[in-house]
Write a protein that binds this ligand. Structure first.
Ligand code: AMP
Length: 209
């Protein structure tokens, strides 16, 4: 089993690209953020352990995340590998991942900090299918999402105050992972401050390497 990691700051477009890559690679998307939000909504023990960290824009403790990933990876659809979105976010998480699956490519979607706030504060998704949109860069069509079940959803943590904590967490705890993966020769940076299709093209090229 071999997997891909989509790496980058909050709001870099990992979820948008993961949706497209799922179609291109056939690998299921594993987003720890989505899994945690589902756990919070269902009020599970994991959700209760994670909620305060998420509301504050801080990283959820490694043990909680690693347990979540171990359970997810044991599911049938993960047997051929997965595409991680938002995981790993710390060196201990990456070390744990090494014992769970082999990672062939780490795709780093790079976006400067000054672009992140407008990207995050303008984004929303379709509660019917999860497709991600943006007020300015990628608005939903006037007749709603193509899935036919259009209803707008905005994340509680997509506000200016929480974004700055999330960026701090990214720089302090997550970005050191870039060097860690670079040293393993599987790190592929992609300029994420461009049109969505161009970024997808670069990711597909990187996956051929
Ligand atoms: P995301 O949807 O990836 O932006 O994640 C939303 C929030 O969930 C983050 O701000 C963290 O609080 C938490 N989270 C998601 N993935 C992780 C992870 N791999 N490690 C720690 N916390 C995480």
């Amino acid at each position: 089993m071999s997997s891909i990691v989509l790496f980058g700051p909050p709001g870099a477009g990992k979820g948008t690209q993961a949706e497209r890559m799922m179609q291109a690679t056939g690998l299921p998307q594993v987003s720890t953020g989505d899994m945690l939000r589902a756990a919070v909504k269902a009020d599970t023990p994991t959700g209760r352990a994670a909620k305060a960290y998420m509301d504050a824009g801080k990283l959820v403790p490694d043990e909680v995340i690693i347990d979540l990933i171990k359970d997810r990876i044991a599911e049938d659809d993960a047997a051929g590998g997965v595409m991680f979105d938002g995981f790993p976010r710390t060196v201990p998480q990456a070390e744990a991942l090494e014992s769970i699956t082999s990672v062939t490519h780490v795709i780093a979607i790079e976006v400067p900090d000054e672009r992140i706030v407008e990207r995050i504060c303008g984004r929303y998704s379709c509660s019917g299918c999860g497709s991600v949109f943006h007020d300015t860069f990628n608005p939903v069509p006037s007749n709603g999402c193509s899935c036919g079940n259009w209803a707008e959803k905005r994340r509680a943590d997509d506000n200016e105050e929480t974004v700055s904590s999330r960026l701090d967490a990214y720089h302090e705890q997550t970005s050191p992972l870039a060097e860690w993966y670079r040293g393993k020769g599987i790190f592929h940076p992609v300029d994420g401050d461009r049109a969505i299709d161009e970024i997808t093209g670069d990711i597909l090229d990187a996956l051929k390497a």
